[in-house]
Write a protein that binds this ligand. Structure first.
Ligand SMILES: *[C@@H]1O[C@H](CO)[C@@H](O)[C@H](O)[C@H]1NC(C)=O
Ligand SMILES: *[C@@H]1O[C@H](CO)[C@@H](O)[C@H](O)[C@H]1NC(C)=O
Ligand SMILES: *[C@@H]1O[C@H](CO)[C@@H](O)[C@H](O)[C@H]1NC(C)=O
Ligand SMILES: *[C@@H]1O[C@H](CO)[C@@H](O)[C@H](O)[C@H]1NC(C)=O
Ligand SMILES: *[C@@H]1O[C@H](CO)[C@@H](O)[C@H](O)[C@H]1NC(C)=O
Ligand SMILES: *[C@@H]1O[C@H](CO)[C@@H](O)[C@H](O)[C@H]1NC(C)=O
Ligand SMILES: *[C@@H]1O[C@H](CO)[C@@H](O)[C@H](O)[C@H]1NC(C)=O
Ligand SMILES: *[C@@H]1O[C@H](CO)[C@@H](O)[C@H](O)[C@H]1NC(C)=O
Length: 253
């Protein structure tokens, strides 16, 4: 009887051990980030990765390719950002707070299916890639806050972007970009931006926060008819009077 039970337990253990999630990106994932992707054959489930050092970790695949990778707020040692462009089906990337160094331009040629990039709270350097030249029709959310990014902003951004977060990159310079037409949120505090505010705001833009820059000129009259509900421009070099507030903006709420 005992032997029989043991045989069942051994069989069960084998079964559990053999149920890997598989994945065609695992060898590549291991090559670019071995501290996390320790298993070269299975990488499509959080059970396959070494997630002990992160407080927010998740991975999933579509057609055996990694589409979602969340590995954030880890205690991993500082290292250059892995080349996530080699994960060719990636749609959702959140690798915030991992102590990554190296240029953000490493991510220039990410999968054209990308929707979300959150690389905030690292030590990434260099300028922001010009993603407008790629075919990024689903790219909606970009957060590069709290890095060491420098240089001027790309003039054009993918029109699909709805939220852009750039704050606390003290060495950015140059003027505000041409806003993507679907933009809803733009935050760029403490980024050393110069030049003027845009003459008009995208129809869906509700949040615009650019405190602590060097933006000059006046607040455009289009402000009054915009759909802005949060508008913060403290500590810049603006002059002139404040136009009528838009209906969407209630100063006391
Ligand atoms: C990676 O896997 C090998 C073999 O299973 C194991 O010896 C090693 O401790 C693992 N490393 C990490 C960081 O999990
Ligand atoms: C990424 O992970 C961090 C840490 O858990 C979290 O605060 C942040 O909201 C996540 N980003 C997105 C876009 O969900
Ligand atoms: C790490 O993976 C385990 C499963 O192995 C899961 O239960 C846990 O929630 C994961 N931790 C994080 C931070 O995602
Ligand atoms: C990051 O991790 C620390 C502990 O290591 C925790 O206190 C903090 O709440 C976490 N932050 C987020 C955004 O998950
Ligand atoms: C991105 O791809 C383009 C076109 O293939 C190439 O010219 C460029 O060097 C690549 N950039 C990076 C940073 O790999
Ligand atoms: C901000 O930009 C000015 C030039 O416009 C430059 O002189 C200054 O060094 C920049 N500040 C930082 C912190 O990079
Ligand atoms: C603005 O938002 C509306 C409603 O969500 C949407 O239909 C529209 O495509 C968005 N973009 C522009 C440029 O109007
Ligand atoms: C504000 O949004 C409405 C739709 O919610 C749109 O019809 C209108 O054109 C927008 N106004 C401006 C100035 O963009």
């Amino acid at each position: 009887m005992k032997t029989f039970m043991l045989a069942i337990i051994v069989a069960l253990a084998r079964l559990v051990a053999s149920v890997g999630s598989g994945g065609l990106d695992c060898a590549v994932a291991h090559a670019i980030w071995p501290e996390v992707f320790n298993d070269t054959a299975n990488c499509c489930d959080v059970l396959d990765i070494n997630n002990a050092t992160a407080t927010n970790a998740y991975v999933s695949c579509t057609n055996q390719r990694i589409d979602t990778l969340v590995f954030a707020n880890s205690t991993l040692q500082s290292r250059d950002i892995p080349d996530f462009t080699l994960l060719t089906a990636l749609t959702y990337l959140n690798v915030s707070s991992n102590g990554f160094t190296g240029p953000l331009t490493t991510l220039t040629n990410l999968s054209s299916n990308i929707e979300v990039i959150d690389v905030s709270c690292n030590k990434l350097t260099g300028s922001i890639p010009d993603w407008s030249v790629g075919a990024y029709s689903n790219f909606a959310y970009l957060d590069v806050e709290d890095n060491e990014i420098s240089g001027s902003l790309p003039m054009f951004w993918p029109d699909s972007l709805t939220e852009i977060y750039l704050s606390n990159n003290y060495q950015i310079m140059g003027s505000l970009p041409t806003f993507p037409s679907n933009l809803q949120v733009f935050e760029s505090e403490a980024t050393n931006l110069t030049g003027n505010l845009p003459l008009s705001f995208p129809v869906n833009l509700t949040t615009f926060i650019v405190n602590d820059n060097q933006i000059e000129g006046t607040i455009p009259s289009s402000f009054s008819t915009s759909n802005l509900s949060i508008f913060q421009v403290e500590n810049n070099k603006l002059s002139g009077s404040i136009p009528n507030l838009p209906k969407t903006l209630h100063p006391c709420s």
